[in-house]
Each structure stands twice: as C-alpha cells, then as structure tokens.
Ligand binder design. Sequence first.
Ligand SMILES: O=C(O)C1=C[C@@H](OP(=O)(O)O)[C@@H](O)[C@H](O)C1
Ligand SMILES: C=C(OP(=O)(O)O)C(=O)O
Length: 436
Amino acid sequence: MPQSLTARPSGPLHGRARAPGDKSMSHRSLILGAMAEGVTEIEGLLEGHDILATARAAAAFGAKVERLGEGRWRIEGRGGFQTPADVIDCGNAGTGVRLLMGAAAGYPIQATFDGDASLRKRPMKRVTAPLGLMGARFDWGGSEDRLPVRVSGGALQGIDYAQTVASAQVKSAILLAGLNARGETFVREPEKSRDHTERMLTAFGAEVKVEPDGDGWIIRLAGGQRLTGTAVAVPGDPSSAAFPLAAALIVPGSDVTVEGVMLNPLRTGLFDTWREMGADLTISNRRTSGGEEVGDVTARHSALTGVIVPEGRAASMIDEYPILAATAAFAEGRTVMRGVGEMRVKESDRIRLMVDGLRACGAAVDEEPDGFTVAGGPVAGGAVVDTAHDHRIAMSHLVLGLAAEAPVSVRDPEMIATSFPGFVRMMRELGGEIAS
Ligand SMILES: O=C(O)C1=C[C@@H](OP(=O)(O)O)[C@@H](O)[C@H](O)C1
Ligand SMILES: C=C(OP(=O)(O)O)C(=O)O
C-alpha cells in the first residue's frame, strides 16, 4: 500500500458491487467457533486484517483453524480455550481484543493481550471491570486501562451488570465470560446495541433471554452452557457498504447498488438518517441469510438537506458518523451530530479527525465535546488529510474527494485493509478515481 492515496473529482459512479463480510459477525463466528465443540463452517468471512488477527488468536487458544477458500473457513473447536504459547496480538481490533478477553476469562488459563499503537491507546477497563467483578484477574503491563494486559481466568461467578453506555463489545465480553460462570449473568443496556452475539450464541445452541427494559433491554444467560459448532453465513457489512453508497449520493449522475447488505435494524441508523436527508436509497431483494435480514441497497445521486441526528440513534450507526459527516458536507444546511462522545475512543479521536479533515477540505464544521456540526456547501478539497491510521477516516475522505472541486489525498491509507481490503478496487470498478 502506498504512503498516500488520492481521490479525484470523478464522473458518475455506476454499477453493482458486493459488500464485504460483516466485521462484527466475522469476529464472533471465529470466537464462538473456537469456544464450541465440533466443527463450524463459515462462509462470507471478512478477510480484513482485524479478522485475520482474531483467526490467529482462535488457533492460539487451541482451535483448528483452516481457510478453505475465499471467505470460507473451517474452525474445529475443543469446547474450551487453552493457555496460548505467545502473546495474543489483536492488531487494530477493539472488537477482537474485547470479545476475546471475555471469552478467555471464562477458562482456567492465562493469556496476555496486546495490539498495535492505536489499540494500545484505547480504554480496556470498560471490559476488565465487569470481568473482574466476575472473578477474573488482570495484570496491566504498562498503565492501567491500556494494553498489554494479562488475563487470569476461570472460576467465574455470574453478575448483574448495568452498562452506562450502550456498547456491544462490553455486553458481548460479559456474555461470553458468563457462559462459563456459575449462576446467571445479566447485562442491562441503556439503549439497544447490535445483538449479533445474542443471535449467534443462540445459533450455537445456547439459551439467551432478552427482555425489553426502557429504551434498552436486559440480556440473561445461564452459566455452564455448552456451544456446538454450526454453519455460519456472514452477510455483507452495512458499515462498509456505506462508502460506495455515499459516493453515489454525492457524485452527480451516480447510481450504485451494493448487494447482500445486512439490514439488522440495530445497524441501519445511517440509512435512516440519509433518507431523512432526502437520499434516494432503495432496498430490493430482501431476504434472510445467516439469521439476519439482508438486501441489495441502491443509492442515486441526491440533493441532501442537513438534519439533526437523534442521539438515541448513535449506537446503531456509531462507526458511520465519519462517512455521514462527509456526505453532510454536500448537503444544504447543517447536520448536527451529538451524543457521540464514544467516537473519541475508537481507532482515533474520530470527532477531531473529521473536524480537521473537513475543515482542511473547506467545509465549515463546529466541534463540541460529544459531537460536531457540519454546514454543507461547495467542498473545495485540495487537501492532504491526516488519518491517524484510522480506516474509516481514510475511506471517508477519499469518498469526499470524489465529489470535491479538487483532489483529496489521505496519508497512511494502509489501515483500510483492517475492515475493507477491496475498497480501492471496488471504488475504481464503480468509476471512482482513486490512485496512489
Ligand atoms: O460489537 C461490535 O462488533 C462493535 C461494537 C461497536 O463498538 P462499541 O461496543 O465500543 O460501541 C463498534 O464501534 C465496533 O466497530 C464493533
Ligand atoms: C470501531 C471500529 O472497530 P473496533 O472497535 O473493532 O476496532 C470500527 O471498525 O469502526
């Protein structure tokens, strides 16, 4: 991958593309497959770097992990994790490390987790605190709350845990640990977050009870349940599909269809928001695949209008605010995004990076502690943007550059491969001019 990539003002984007496998479900299919007894066959697995790190971790914990073909993987679990020989390096993946820590905590083993420079900056206590209450021990390698950390697991007790922020990663870590704890585990969420872990645990034979509770729900799981390997079909990732669809919305004359996009309502907040902005977005060929609703999503160039994004929608589109902000720069009026302080603790401080990048491209943006506002208008472009090695920041600015008045370059685009290795090729095939 070159040191920078440049997107040039492009003619209309046209065509059909297939969304890469969903990252959240890909991590979970490997982890549950490794925890289960027997064979799990996965198709449609995302082969991004985050997921390959989780596949290596699954093997290090004792599962037999084989790649059968493109997106086709076979995992033979041993019904438990063994102490790995080496440090578990989760690379850039918050989801990978947090879910794996939860899974590992349930077994009487020790494992040290680490990651790249970005992952080493991200908070881990949100997961280690509840797992600690369950009885797991954590020894921090450097500063508390940051990787590397050694987990000593086993002999856990179920807990009743009320989350303050709706986080699917924290919920999932607790549930995976709870599987091997004594007694019942409860997780209370203030708002609903993605429910792939609950759905997939059920597919692997566990009983998970979910009850509504205000705007959120209570998830309940009895300890001592066994998982049995199963077949998993991973549908397309709406968070990745968002990039070609966004390009179609902002480049005049475009008409792009992304096939096989997962439409779980806890993941489609961006599509709802774009529609409210006036986007011409249609869904066809709705069907069920891998226990999830999927469809083909078509976006056509649209005159967008700024909106106030409801704060309660944040969890259903938390990774999509960067690309929403890029499209908002082309809308008429202001788009207000609040209640998204979580964006500051992702692969980068995504509020700061988007504010800086959009301003460098000539957009008017206001930054707030837990959000930002983008005022739409002509986007000059003509900037070289810092990505802080964050895949979504890189892709969002490249999409923006396709519709700006002058080219936009991004530094350090190699991280795009963590979630969307085929991004540049797909954008080029659709007619987007992106080159090194
Ligand atoms: O559970 C998951 O697969 C994810 C949950 C979200 O993080 P939080 O749980 O921290 O909100 C999201 O940002 C991440 O990309 C994937
Ligand atoms: C936040 C993200 O992922 P993770 O937390 O797994 O690093 C993301 O993909 O935008």
